[in-house]
Design a protein around this ligand. Structure first.
Ligand code: NAD
Length: 411
């Protein structure tokens, strides 16, 4: 799957390069990752045994600023998946117009099987392995699947042991350690801002939309809350335990409370339990994949009834499914724009850390919305100029900006 993911990412970069009329050598330079690191991580497990894991950090491009990207703890993590995700970060930061490059990292591990102590030891050991290639002006990790503010706090602490106090080395930190207010909500909130931009273009109202969200972690829960707050009805949610649908509207606060107590939605009584595929095909106006990649494929794309897909997750749609959606007239808001709210507020957090001056929540949200509006306007102009889909426009915009910076810096 991860091999396909990398291939799919490169496919869109090649397509953008063609639209921009780039030379083959330039395209090759843009696609090639700067550095790929693989580290062996040995830790003591709670039962006294030694656990051996593999950690990855891929730094894809830093022409526009320090490498930037999340850390994922998941058993699917491998070199190719991390490389694909790192590449997406390069184009995403360029689309958002924030002064960062792209990177990604992760550890291949069944995160749900680790205790809190094991997770902490694994995180610290990972930083022992990569501390000399990360830093506030070089490479700045952040949360992704199965990592959160606590994991970022351990990263900050472990890094400080080698390099002294440098909160800007990682974003998504708890507010008590120099994190930004509004960072935890930012990706999901940005998903809703992105949706509002498209709805505005289409002359549609958010309070008339029925939404299904796959993935009920950081991105999914915050998107759900903000959709409801904007007046939309969330009629389906899902996590690793399956889907839950309720056409009257799901009580999102009750679902979040359930997960806080039970770790997953398993046993949630606020909706009818359905399997993952049925959830994606459930009758709704907007579908938000906010879990893992590769979930919308040529096998299930025709079953999707939503008219709008907003990619909270990275790489949820395969190119074949994307083509089917384009033919069906389904609007797809691509990951490298739809979920850029996270890296945008990470940028705000980082700049607050660099200045030691902290913002109020209202300023964070206003600035986030401003960035998302500006990026959407740029996307729309690009789409009109190249007569293409929003995804193609996003890659054309991202690749074009990175190419410009690369060329100006020279060899
Ligand atoms: P998370 O670990 O907080 O949540 C992941 C959720 O997906 C969980 O609810 C999990 O149960 C669910 N899930 C896992 N496998 C599933 C399956 N097979 N079917 C249905 N649900 C499943 O992760 P997150 O930070 O919310 O990230 C979700 C996605 O958003 C990822 O693709 C990530 O790369 C992307 N993303 C995250 C951020 C961020 O700031 N956290 C930013 C941009 C993009």
């Amino acid at each position: 799957m991860s091999g396909d993911f990398l291939e799919n990412t490169q496919y869109y970069v090649d397509k953008a390069a063609k639209a921009l009329d780039l030379r083959a050598d330039v395209t090759k330079q843009l696609k090639t990752p700067h550095r790929e690191v693989r580290v062996e991580l040995n830790i003591q497990m709670d039962d006294g045994s030694v656990g051996t894991f593999i950690g990855f950090r891929v730094q894809h491009d830093d022409a526009r600023g320090p490498f930037k990207g999340g850390l994922r703890y998941h058993h699917h993590v491998d070199a190719e998946e991390v490389t694909a995700l790192a590449s997406l970060m390069t184009w995403k930061t360029a689309v958002a117009g924030v002064p960062f490059g792209g990177a990604k990292g992760g550890i291949a591990v069944e995160a749900s099987k680790l205790s809190q102590g094991e997770t902490q030891r694994l995180t610290r050991r990972f930083i022992d392995g990569i501390h000399d290639i990360i830093g506030a002006t070089t490479d700045i990790p952040a949360p992704d699947v199965n990592t959160n503010g606590q994991v970022m706090a351990w990263i900050f602490d472990q890094y400080s042991k080698y390099h002294g106090y440098e909160p800007g080395v990682v974003t998504g930190k708890p507010v008590a350690l120099g994190g930004s207010v509004g960072r935890e909500a930012a990706t999901g909130r940005g998903v809703v801002y992105a949706t509002q931009e498209l709805l505005h273009t289409l002359g549609m109202k958010i309070d008339e939309q029925r939404v299904v969200i796959q993935g009920f972690g950081n991105v999914g829960t915050w998107a759900a809350r903000d959709f409801v707050e904007a007046g939309a009805k969330v009629v389906g949610i899902a996590d690793i335990s399956g889907g839950y649908v309720n056409d009257e509207g799901i009580d999102i606060s009750a679902a979040i409370e359930h997960v806080a107590k039970n770790r997953t939605l398993e046993g949630f009584g606020g909706g009818k339990h359905v399997d993952g595929d049925a959830l994606l095909a459930h009758d709704c106006d907007i579908l938000v994949p906010a879990a893992l990649g590769g979930v919308l494929t040529k096998e299930n794309a025709d079953d999707v009834r939503a008219k709008i897909i907003v990619e909270g997750a990275n790489g949820p749609t395969t190119p074949e499914a994307d083509e089917i959606f384009a033919k069906k007239g389904v609007h797809v808001i691509p990951d490298i724009y739809a979920n850029c709210g996270g890296v945008t507020v990470s940028y705000f957090e980082w700049s607050q850390n660099m200045q030691h001056f902290y913002w109020e929540l209202e300023r964070v949200n206003t600035e986030l919305q401003r960035v998302m509006k500006r990026a959407y306007a740029n996307l729309n102009e690009t789409r009109a100029k190249h007569e293409c889909t929003l995804r193609e426009a996003a890659f054309i915009l991202g690749v074009g900006r990175v190419k410009e910076a690369t060329e100006m810096r020279g060899l």
